[in-house]
Design a protein around this ligand. Sequence first.
Ligand SMILES: Cc1ncc(COP(=O)(O)O)c(C=O)c1O
Length: 394
Amino acid sequence: MKFSKRAEKISPFYVMEVAKAAQQLAQEVAHGPEPMIFLNIGEPDYTAPAQVQAAAQESIASGRTQYTNALGLEPLRQAISDWYRSRFGIQVPAQRIVVTAGASAALQLACLALINPGDEILMPDPSYPCNRHFVSAAEGVAQLIPTGAAERYQLSAEHVATHWGAQTRGVLLASPSNPTGTSIDPAELRRIHEVVQSKGGITIVDEIYLGLSYDEAFGHSALAISDDIISINSFSKYFNMTGWRLGWMVVPEAMVPVVERLAQNLFICPSTVAQHAALACFSTDSIAEFERRRAEFKARRDYFLPALRELGFGIDVMPDGAFYAWADCTPLCAKLGVQDSWEFAYALMERAHLAITPGRDFGTADTARYVRFSTANSMEQLQEAVRRMQRLFA
Ligand SMILES: Cc1ncc(COP(=O)(O)O)c(C=O)c1O
């Protein structure tokens, strides 16, 4: 069978190999003294609160399951708009909000609407692997620019100005980032957007972890900077609804009809049941529950990151959001007799039953040195993981 060049350009998720090996080993050690602890999972360990589940059941029981408008239910678009006002103090009109099948569909729609074959999109290295694949599925070219702790693993305005070439169409950033949990300084984002605008380009900011921010200095939406920025968001992370497949994006007014046309044809609409359920996310009770969970995510970060440093991992910048730690494991590789982060992840899995993610998928620049820990696990499990690493590195 012959497949498209487009499909061939999408590289496999190497980390799935590690995750599969961890699952396999987990079954073998499940009843032993040290069952597997999963610190490789990129989704909250919470599920949708009871009132959100009830809203989904009510939507099914009452037969509200037909297709909706391609842009999403009007009350949901309004509820998201209200959330921007109450949580971030910004006015985002509901007409500019497009509800989608997760941030993934929003990213796909944004790339299809804006990228022509051969257009280059600047992105930081490391970054979330699927984002460069959305660019390449639209026949664009993702240009990864190596970043470090000094710029919080994010692009700077200087990077953008220096790397902007004849084919460059724009930037795709994620703030807070996966795998680093670090955000772009708002002042730097403003400067980046100024450079992009001076070139007539586009700024797309994936803000899927914005709800899970722990530092006032960074927890602001890019939408506060300009109505021309395209912001991607989701019910997956802060709202704990990963498998429900619901997200949204905020686009400039002129882009709405273009995205609507694409969404009508490619998706018809996002899941109707998930949309009715998501309406229940914005009640006072639900928001209180999400805020309680956010505080728990922060407490885990505050415990686990210093513990990793104490163990000898290099973490040069404290994550200000999400639930990840991007840790340089090279100081510890020699202790385990391994060469790089790939081997390190396997060693941790086999010798301490800890599943983590090696850096490989997130870029090419420095990723052989880094592993990603996810703190989307209970405090007890994080404490046990630290105990096992203390023993292993002793
Ligand atoms: C940075 C980033 N963007 C987008 C996504 C996709 O999320 P969704 O479940 O909303 O499609 C993820 C998922 O982990 C992510 O980490």
